[in-house]
Write a protein that binds this ligand. Structure first.
Ligand code: NAD
Length: 302
């Protein structure tokens, strides 16, 4: 058996086209062009590449973007003041602060400061709580949102399926588990202290892996026919000195056992940025709806 390869690049194109059509419809209905503000601290080359891609794709979907490139030693106070100014700025629909932040900045304080209805990364506790409670209208973190779209390209209905999420970070694992639960999967979460990972993986109809440990999930861990989503991305240098990106799943083994599997690269990665655009459009739509119902409380209208 050879698994179906889930093509994240093609699916991401479809999401970006949906977003572009949604932006055009919103603007022709009289709303302002959605605008994404991206804030980056420091010189990390990978973060600069991510930010450039986000800005380019935002603009390609018909939205505006602005970029704030700050020094790595920018104080927390200065960063929070910038976020508060963007919170108040009526032309900004979405705010994204690129992670990781330098160690002198309290990440939790940053995500709590971003207005929930502009929080296109979905990390503000109000959005986290709303997603956990299954309340509609929350902005959901982009990577898990993209993973749900990938899973739904394979399964029409996932209710009742057993899902294992390996990795329990706030960025991927935990919100992923909440979304799967929302769709009525029977969900387990594994993490660094989980015992008997192999057995737990072998029981999962849907296996989502986000650990950053290359090749952690071997082929024989996987239930035959399972859907395997590999979120992990690690840059490694091969014997010949060439750099390449690898996932957390031993792909060559897993592809012989799984029913469907995402490649790395070309699986989850492209969907993450596409879902950021979708979240920026969602935020702009909420803003447009609020301007029609001005009595709504903007601070809690995520
Ligand atoms: P993280 O370091 O914050 O969390 C890793 C999680 O994996 C932790 O919960 C930890 O307990 C668990 N873990 C670590 N080793 C393990 C092991 N041996 N067995 C079981 N669990 C283990 O990482 P993160 O931010 O969640 O990212 C995870 C991976 O996903 C990284 O490779 C990252 O680059 C990638 N990522 C990709 C995208 C994308 O768009 N494709 C987005 C976000 C993260």
């Amino acid at each position: 058996m050879t698994a179906r390869i889930i093509d994240g690049k093609t699916l991401a194109v479809a999401v970006r086209e949906e977003v572009a059509a949604g932006v055009a419809a919103l603007v022709s209905a009289g709303a302002a062009v959605p605008e994404l503000a991206v804030v980056l601290l420091g010189d990390d080359p990978a973060s600069h590449v991510y930010v450039s891609n986000k800005v380019r794709q935002t603009e390609a979907a018909g939205m505006r973007s602005r970029r704030y490139l700050l020094d790595a030693d920018t104080t927390e106070r200065r960063l929070l003041e910038l976020i508060e100014a963007l919170n108040r700025d009526a032309t900004v629909s979405g705010i994204l602060v690129q992670f990781p932040l330098p160690p002198h900045i309290d990440t939790a304080r940053v995500v709590t400061t971003i207005r929930p209805d502009k929080d296109v990364d979905g990390f503000n506790p109000l959005n986290v709580g709303r997603t956990a409670a299954g309340i509609e209208g929350a902005l959901v973190p982009c990577t898990p949102l993209g993973v749900m779209r990938l899973i739904k390209s394979v399964h029409e209905d996932i209710a009742g399926l057993g899902a294992l999420v390996v990795g329990a970070s706030n960025v991927v694992g935990r919100p992923m588990a909440r979304l799967l639960l929302q769709e009525l999967c029977t969900v387990s979460i594994a993490h660094i202290r989980t015992t008997d990972l192999e057995r737990r993986c072998s029981e999962a109809d849907i296996l989502v892996v986000a650990t950053g440990v290359p090749g952690l999930i071997r082929g024989h861990f996987i239930r035959p026919g399972a859907t395997v989503i590999d979120v992990g991305i690690t840059r490694i240098t091969s014997g010949s000195g060439a750099e390449k990106l690898v996932g957390d799943v031993a792909f060559d083994e897993a592809v012989k056992v799984a029913g469907a599997i995402t490649p790395v690269p070309g699986g989850v990665g492209p969907m993450t940025i596409a879902c950021l655009l979708a979240n920026t459009l969602s935020a702009a739509r909420m803003k447009a709806a609020r301007s029609k119902a001005p009595d709504a409380d903007p601070a809690t209208a995520a």
